[in-house]
Design a protein around this ligand. Sequence first.
Ligand code: YH5
Length: 288
Amino acid sequence: MAIPESLQCGRFTLSFERPLVMGILNVTPDSFSDGGKYAVRGEAIRQAERMMLDGVDIIDIGGESTRPGAPPVPLDEELERVIPLVEALHGAKVPLSIDTYKPEVMRHALSAGADLINDIWGFRMPGAIDAVRDSACGLCVMHMLGEPQTMQLGEPAYQDVVAEVRAFLEDQIATLQAAGIAKNRISVDPGFGFGKAMVEHNYALLAHLPDTAPRAEKPYPVLAGMSRKSMLGAVTGRTTPSDRVAASVAAAVCAASRGAAIIRVHDVAQTVDALKVWAAMRDAMRRG
Ligand code: YH5
């Protein structure tokens, strides 16, 4: 499989000789103690330090829970959660990604030194493209059918989920490039769990991961985010997300073997170990 183009990512240029691990840092009161915003902030910083010791490649900071049914977070609340963390972690030697679809959060995060904007809306919100255009930040363009509050309520319907996800990403990338955003700033993501039927669509996307990305001579880096998601509960019977660590690690290895460039996970240490074993096997296969 061809190695994707390197990704310009703010202060960093990421290359993909091995899959990179993106660690999820949720800065939401429900993901930490209810001891107030400073307690939440302190715990988030400690968790980021833990991830760095565990070998994380990118830290993905999110101030809004995008689980199906979760209420939207007001702009000022999201800013108050995310920006202080970007400032606190900016001195660390690891790229900082911001999981947001709000243009105002993008702008403030980039001013504070964020390196990558990870947008589950794929930069479709009015003003999102303008917010990232004049920076050197990386972009992750994700596919989502419907909206977070409602996407899993009806039955998501596709004729051909892989082709439709790719067509959306191709369109959105054409729009981004027409706005002047360089190709080497763009990564793509099929959006596991975002308006996909649990088993049928999510596993088709995993099996055909390289075909979800826009066709190009130098492939776009593909990000895969399956960690602890319901698609793993659906096949293991585990209803509690924190019981899905082994399933998440297996999914990460599957994604690596299907060419994923970046793998977004909660459990950094376990995933880093598993991917080292996978990479050793891949290197032995290359030796013949
Ligand atoms: C993603 O796939 N996902 S937020 C439901 C869960 C567990 C985890 C328990 N941001 C992605 O992580 N960004 C999120 O069930 C993302 N790709 C990118 N690029 C949802 C999440 C989660 C949801």
